[in-house]
Design a protein around this ligand. Structure first.
Ligand code: G4P
Length: 297
């Protein structure tokens, strides 16, 4: 995906530095790191430094919002993570689906050695301490609320809002370290930023809404043509560019202004909203790297 009109994304290197330090100093307090990513963008919704920041600690990946992602693609991501030695499971923190297997998987796969050691020393009842990490909007608060049962206040993690770290006990014998601070994804890669704007993970101010919708429609026409046809009852082929697709959607929905022109802004808002709320079906925006690439890693 190419884009030349992208506005500068504001980010906060000072906050990142602080968060890095916090992760480093708290890592020794936990048994494992649980990293939450968005199933629709499992690589784009990660902080690329996470591997280095948490190296040496057992780690598990939760592919959250799996209710919105393509199931086959999610399975490919689970296989991909497994191929690089990381246990990943698909979850939906909104409904709670998949969360039941979190602790059993952690104990059986990620923390097997520790569990065996504790068993031998008669400490198997000790709480498992987990650090929860993830970029904003991936579902950290939803996960913690689900696991802790009962509603906890949503804690702001916007830059500039200070909060302290806190431990949250969950009844499956674990304690979660809810980390303050913000870890951003890799904004300097434009295709990453565009995927995150599609899902609403970052502000859609980075692009005007029409450009964003055109890019999304082009992607869908190539990767999920059936979803596009079913939702909007439009016909298209390879020769349709993003604008032509957007106009087709607008025309079909009767979004016409005086003079017969299509109101492409309204059409764009509709497409983006419907994609984000899952009305276009279950869609994944990126697939795991090819095998050849994997081998080089
Ligand atoms: P964060 O702490 O990492 O910033 O994320 P948070 O839990 O606040 O979740 C961000 C948004 O994603 C919320 O929506 C939340 O409901 C939604 N979400 C979290 N997990 C899932 C999931 O598995 N599936 C789906 N479909 N959505 C999920 P929101 O629009 O900000 O709020 P609301 O819709 O809950 O009112």
């Amino acid at each position: 995906m190419e884009n030349t009109d992208m506005k500068q994304i504001q980010w906060f290197p000072g906050h990142m530095a602080k968060t890095r330090k916090l992760i480093a100093s708290n890592l020794k307090l936990v048994d494992a790191v649980v990293e939450i990513v968005d199933s629709r963008t499992p690589l784009s919704s990660r902080n690329p430094e996470m591997d280095r920041l948490t190296s040496g600690k057992p780690r598990m990946v939760l592919l959250n919002k799996s209710d919105l992602a393509d199931e086959k693609a999610t399975q490919r991501w689970i296989n991909y993570f497994s191929s690089i030695g990381v246990t990943a499971i698909a979850v939906d923190c909104k409904s709670g689906k998949g969360l039941k297997s979190l602790m059993p998987t952690l104990k059986a796969k990620v923390l097997r050695e520790l569990m065996e050691k504790r068993e031998r020393s008669g400490m198997s009842g000790a709480a498992i301490r987990l650090m929860i990490v993830g970029i904003p909007n991936v579902g950290k608060s939803s996960l913690i609320n689900r696991l802790a049962g009962g509603k906890r206040a949503k804690v702001e993690d916007r830059p500039g809002v200070t909060r302290t770290k806190q431990w949250v006990k969950i009844d499956t014998g674990a304690e979660l370290l809810d980390m303050p601070g913000v870890l951003w994804p890799k904004f300097d890669d434009q295709s990453v930023a565009i995927r995150l704007a599609f899902t609403g993970a970052i502000s859609d101010d980075i692009l005007d809404i029409e450009t964003l919708a055109m890019k999304l429609l082009k992607f869908l026409s190539e990767s999920y043509p059936q979803s596009l046809r079913e939702r909007y009852k439009i016909e298209f082929d390879d020769s349709d560019d993003g604008l032509s697709l957007l106009e087709k959607v607008g025309r079909k929905r009767g979004m016409v202004v005086s003079g017969g022109e299509i109101n492409t802004e309204r059409a764009a808002i509709t497409v983006i909203d419907e994609f984000r709320s899952g009305k276009l079906g279950r869609i994944t925006l990126e697939l795991p790297p090819a095998k050849e690439k994997l081998c080089q890693e």
